[in-house]
Design a protein around this ligand. Structure first.
Ligand SMILES: [Mg+2]
Length: 324
């Protein structure tokens, strides 16, 4: 064995030992552009969850994610608020001024309630149902058409987070199921996915869907209504989605609202005992007021971050270890 070869072998062994000693969380933090945006209540527990996710590999994994301001950005680099599914229509120049006036008035009234950290969930729920029902009624009243929606999406300010396209492609390539669970509008969010060319076959959308007449005008919304605080097993009552994902005991759950925390509740109880769910919360708005409750409910909180870099790093690690 030559001296050069022995030095190389020695260096390799040292590097491997350092890597083994370094926690997964520490490794991920190094990869982040702004690690200070990461807030974790219990780092030890997160490390354990990451270890189990890596151990299970891509074959045991599923992803459950919210859409508005989770897969999509909350704001542009110059600080402009990005569109939600409803916002795409509400802020469009293709709708009449009167339509915009009505929907903006609804948002001004109800959005502060959604993010109010002093109100209880029980106080918020009836008001959120009121908001959603009234917004849907306005869309039906103005008979918005399929082709208008497509054009509105093209011209909208609804953008996927930086790196989200790559993450969705990676998930598709490894056949990891993705559930997009949204209180927005299914037809509109699918149109955004199509525009971004990421409407992959591994994606299942559970959301509020519109019905159209023979002239492609909206006539009604399908029931039951999914609002931001009933995104749990009730909204999936008649679906066999989770039951069909037998081997997928581990999950990554992503959301930007406390209403997203229970999106995994439809997973079978056996999965909950054997598997692990890592919950990542994007804290976009009212950051200092809402941080404590976000940290209480999500394993990892990302403050004011418009990227999917954390997801990229976690997923790469899960996939990399499976290859070795
Ligand atoms: Mg959201």
């Amino acid at each position: 064995m030559s001296l050069q070869f022995r030095i190389k072998l020695f260096q390799h062994l040292i590097n491997s030992s350092i890597q083994m000693l370094q926690s997964i969380l520490a490794e991920i933090k190094i990869g982040l552009d702004f690690p200070e945006k990461l807030k974790i209540r219990d780092p030890e527990n997160v490390e354990k969850k990451l270890e189990r996710l890596v151990e299970g590999g891509p074959d045991c994994l599923q992803v459950i994610t919210d859409f508005d301001h989770t897969l999509t950005k909350f704001k542009t680099p110059d600080g402009l608020r990005c569109d939600t599914c409803h916002g795409i229509v509400d802020n469009s120049s293709l709708v009449e001024e009167e339509f915009r006036r009505k929907t903006n008035a609804l948002r001004d009234k109800y959005y502060p309630i959604e993010v109010d950290h002093e109100m209880t969930l029980q106080q918020k729920i009836p008001l959120m149902i009121e908001w959603y029902t009234q917004s849907q009624n306005v869309l039906v009243e103005y008979r918005v058409t399929k082709s208008q929606i497509k054009e509105m999406v093209l011209k909208s300010r609804a953008f996927l987070r930086d790196g989200a396209k790559e993450v969705l492609s990676m998930l598709n390539m490894h056949r990891i199921p993705v559930l997009i669970f949204s209180a927005g509008v299914g037809n509109i969010l699918e149109s955004v996915l199509e525009r971004e060319q990421v409407h992959f076959p591994n994606i299942k959308v559970v959301s509020n869907y519109m019905d159209f007449d023979e002239c492609d005008r909206v006539t009604s919304f399908q029931k039951p209504l999914i609002h931001m605080f009933n995104k749990n097993e009730n909204a999936l009552r008649h679906s066999t989605y989770f039951a069909e994902l037998q081997s997928r005991r581990n999950a990554l759950l992503l959301g930007d609202s406390l209403g997203d925390v229970h999106m995994d509740h439809g997973m079978p109880s056996s999965h909950k005992e054997e598997g692990v769910v890592l919950k990542i919360g994007f804290l976009n708005d009212k950051i200092s007021e809402r941080c404590p409750e976000f940290m209480e409910n999500f394993d990892i909180v990302l403050e004011d971050d418009q990227s999917f870099k954390l997801m990229q790093l976690i997923l790469s690690r899960i996939i990399k270890d499976a290859k070795q």
